[in-house]
Design a binder for this molecule. Structure first.
Ligand code: G3I
Length: 359
């Protein structure tokens, strides 16, 4: 099973420290972050595609190499955490916009676009909201108003500064049924259309996306998205994009029919994007695994470059130093294109070659 089990995070976070040192020890030496050759960004500019990364705001503030690489290699950035509800409204009515403002300002200063992530999700919700629903002090009518206000406030704040918004995130189960989230339980399925309408009202120019994992190829889950998008668009709901996260693992193989999947969303008149690409493996790392990982990165990138609908390809962090993977998947890691010391892996070179080859 490839899907992400966030509930294991606290128990497994402790193991991450020991795993990290193992990875460093076995990884082959590679060129440094400032090495030779054109940057990913320069090649992406030439190819007419956005190459993006999730950004960890603490690392951006504290780590010069991280900051320099973000500027050098990427022309799109996504907040890894700081635009999520728990971060922007930790207490009811008390907003903490600063880290998200900082990212938007950073992007502007460095000529990067921003992908907004994410407005409606079942995870990383503020405690005041989840406990209020659980203890009955927030009823469905009030919850709907809270959701509308949240979307409106956040989208308006960054109006004109966000290229693509992940409006609803991870709303389907693997079998294509709607996820049994607080939103579905309390508001029913109409919350999805409502979320898009509210976001569109707040920033009519931002491209509004559905976004999920395990939807790279054609399967029950991606087909559920296809049917949902088709229906919503027929009803005039402003849904303009389908975001494919792209959290792969080499031990599960490469998903089938990725090009076909992108093509069917393109045929609906929608944009597509790879939004959170990383390719993990069971540790320890070896050259064969790294070569497989590189080919997975390249195949996803090629799928994007081969689809007219796809103009944005984002990695979920570019260095293993800050990757979320070892804290969640015990014994797995090395998921990003650079190791903990910013050494370039074959995956980095694969992205470079893919971008150089262009569309
Ligand atoms: O902010 C607190 C900090 O105050 C505290 O000291 C620290 C102690 O552990 O925790 C911090 O919060 C963590 C947060 O990341 C910010 O670093 C949370 O524990 C941790 O659970 C959270 O993990 C994030 C995860 O989403 C949450 O589900 C990962 O960084 C982030 O990479 C990950 O991203 C998701 C996408 O949003 C959606 N798709 C899947 C992807 C991977 O799970």
């Amino acid at each position: 099973m490839r899907h992400i089990n966030r509930f294991r995070l606290p128990a497994l976070a402790l193991a991450a420290g020991t795993l990290l040192s193992t990875v460093v020890a076995v990884q082959p030496a590679s060129a440094s972050a400032g090495g030779h050759g054109p940057s990913l960004r320069a090649l992406a500019d030439r190819a007419g595609v956005r190459i993006g990364t999730a950004v960890d705001m603490t690392a951006l503030a504290d780590d010069r190499t991280y900051r320099g690489t973000t500027i050098r290699d990427y022309n799109s950035v996504t907040a890894e955490n700081v635009m999520k509800w728990e971060s922007v409204e930790p207490e009811r009515g008390v907003h903490n916009w600063k880290p998200a403002d900082d990212l938007v300002r950073f992007a502007r200063a460095h000529g990067q676009v921003v992908r907004g992530h994410t407005l409606v999700w079942h995870s990383q919700l503020p405690a005041w909201l989840t406990s209020g629903v659980e203890d009955g002090s927030i009823d469905a009518a009030e919850l709907r108003g809270i959701l509308r206000d949240h979307i409106t406030a956040e989208v308006k704040r960054y109006k004109g500064k966000i290229q693509q918004w992940d409006v609803v995130n991870e709303v389907f189960e693997e079998d294509g049924s709607l996820r049994n989230s607080i939103w579905l339980r309390e508001l029913g399925p109409s919350y999805i259309a409502d979320a898009f309408r509210w976001a569109h009202a707040a920033d009519p120019k931002a491209k509004l996306f559905l976004n999920d994992y395990n939807v790279e190829g054609v399967n029950a889950k991606s087909t559920a998205y296809y049917e949902l998008a088709k229906r919503l668009r027929a009803e005039g709901v402003p849904v303009q994009g389908f975001g494919i996260q792209g959290h792969l693992a080499i031990q599960y193989g490469f998903p089938g029919q990725v090009a076909e999947n992108l093509a069917r969303f393109g045929a609906l008149g929608m944009q597509t994007a790879f939004t959170e690409v990383d390719v993990r493996m069971i540790l320890p790392v070896d050259e064969t695994k790294q070569a497989t990982q590189a080919s997975y990165y390249r195949r996803l990138l090629d799928a994007c470059l081969g689809a007219r609908s796809c103009r944005s390809f984002t990695v979920w962090g570019f260095t293993d130093k800050y990757s979320w993977v070892p804290g969640v998947f015990e014994g797995q890691g090395s998921a990003t294109p650079m190791d903990e010391t910013y050494g370039r892996k074959p995956a980095y070179e694969a992205l470079r070659e893919g971008l150089a080859a262009g569309r």
